[in-house]
Design a binder for this molecule. Sequence first.
Ligand code: ACO
Length: 196
Amino acid sequence: MADFQFSLDQLFRQPVIKITNDLLPMGTVLGRNQHCKVIAQVSEILNVMGVLSAHAQDLRSPVTTAGRVREAPNQYVYLLANVRRGRRGQVCGMLKVGLKQLFLFDVNGAMRNVSQAPSILDFYVHESCQRTGQGKRLFEYMLADMGWSAVQCAIDRPSGKMAGFMNKHYQLERSVPQSNHFVIYQGFFEANHILV
Ligand code: ACO
């Protein structure tokens, strides 16, 4: 797990929190003088988890940084923590999603402009707790919160582990070939109410 030198009690009132571009946990009521401290803590978590995710995926630079989240009003980051009241906390997962305009081939090979495609942009569970169901827990939380289904999602450069994850938990394996780095599965257009 990723350790931080501060207590996560104030940030994580529940195991999963959602961060928006104000870099604050959504739905958490904070006193005015707490904002700066919480934003600094959230920024540190996003920057650390972004670097760990990039390493895990062999990417040259992180997809997720506090600066990038701040600049993207259509993107959300879900963080999963192991909170132990009164002690330093550990963050074990991060999932960044958003609505993106994507040009995608449909099953007939026709190019479609999908203006608000539900997209999985960065997903990482710490090595110490991979394959223990934490990824599924985080992903399911996000789906329920966003009101999405798994087949509705376009995935940005899925790794082998991600492909295995989608197959195991959502029986999604057959993709629709694309010319960009996004992967969509058969059923994507129907699930997004796009006639093909
Ligand atoms: N090798 C192969 N498949 C794996 C592995 C692995 N090392 N780890 C997870 N999986 C897949 C398998 O299908 C596995 O099922 P199995 O153990 O029965 O084979 C399933 O995921 C496990 O499900 P969870 O425990 O719920 O998932 P986990 O907590 O491991 O999180 C995740 C999945 C996020 C992909 C995690 O493995 C991870 O962080 N990997 C490294 C970074 C990465 O590849 N991120 C996704 C990149 S794509 C993107 O970000 C848009």
